[in-house]
Write a protein of this length. Structure first.
Length: 288
């Protein structure tokens, strides 16, 4: 399941206008810091990354302070790279990481892929995503993961002696599993938040990749996702145990699918902050 199965309703961010997004990116990109200006501890840069399938647009964040830091790749949810995920990348970089947030749909369209509000309760809005989602395949994700980690490792501020992390939201959850399998010697931590399709009956099911990874896992499950299929968490726990991979699988009672992403109608700040604290704890432990 994912955003179109248990949807968060209206997604609204006043910054999502394509024009205002472009103006903001121009003001913040390149060598600029965030809206906090010179006082910000984070440097934000819009980047392009060559992949086997084309050129991906993405945003790179790093601490402003001198030093070397662990790398983290963030896979956004189905609406891809947008202000909410820029905020997330910026916040994580401020905690001491070099963070890359790519556009899921670079093969078809540059980010932002939506303009203004988006309502998952409207079939016409959901249909806009169908051709975009078709461009995200398991094989393509594997190629992208290798390219993105290579890009990160080429940055001078990366501490390559430390493992890298990957985190995914909704449809980004399976992409995170695939990343850990595509570059197992680099990924030390995987986190997913209201991830959809982590366990399927297909041979490409993400949970089947667990034995090929070398990572520690944090799986944060939405309450309504769990109620729709309570067997998923148990299958994940069994797969982690069989593969002897350290994992925390947790259902957030009362938190709906999409609860960690600002702009969503179901955004739940207390639960989102708890999930964020769990993420930082994982990275502190695993990215050593």
């Amino acid at each position: 399941m994912c955003d179109d199965d248990i949807h968060p309703g209206l997604v609204h961010d006043l910054r999502l206008s394509r024009r205002t997004f472009g103006l903001a990116a121009a003001a913040l990109g390149g060598v600029a810091a965030t809206a906090a200006g010179a006082q910000s501890p984070v440097v934000e840069k819009d980047v392009e990354i060559k992949t086997p399938d084309g050129v991906a647009d993405a945003v790179l964040y790093s601490p402003e302070a001198k030093g070397k830091w662990p790398a983290v790749l963030i896979w956004p949810d189905v609406l891809s790279l947008r202000p909410a995920f820029r905020d997330m990348g910026r916040r994580l970089a401020a905690a001491g990481y070099v963070v890359l947030v790519p556009n899921l749909y670079y093969r078809a369209r540059k980010a932002p892929v939506i303009d203004g509000t988006f309502d998952f309760s409207k079939p016409a809005d959901r249909e806009k995503l169908t051709p975009l989602r078709a461009t995200v395949t398991p094989e393509g994700t594997d190629r992208d993961a290798v390219a993105y980690l290579a890009f990160l490792d080429a940055q001078p501020q990366i501490n390559k002696a430390k493992k890298a992390g990957v985190q995914g939201y909704c449809m980004g959850g399976p992409l995170s599993f695939r990343t850990a399998a595509a570059v197992p010697d680099r990924i030390g931590a995987v986190a997913t938040f209201h991830g959809g399709g982590l366990v399927t009956d297909q041979p490409t099911s993400p949970h089947l990749l667990i034995p090929t990874t070398h990572a520690q896992f944090l799986i944060e499950v939405a309450d309504n996702d769990d109620k729709q299929d309570p067997t998923v968490k148990d299958k994940l726990k069994a797969a982690f145990a069989e593969a002897k991979r350290p994992a925390q699988v947790e259902v957030f009672e009362g938190a709906a699918h999409g609860w960690t992403v600002k702009g969503s109608a179901v955004y739940n700040e207390p639960a989102a902050e708890k999930a964020w604290a769990n993420l930082l704890a994982l990275y502190k432990k695993a990215l050593a």
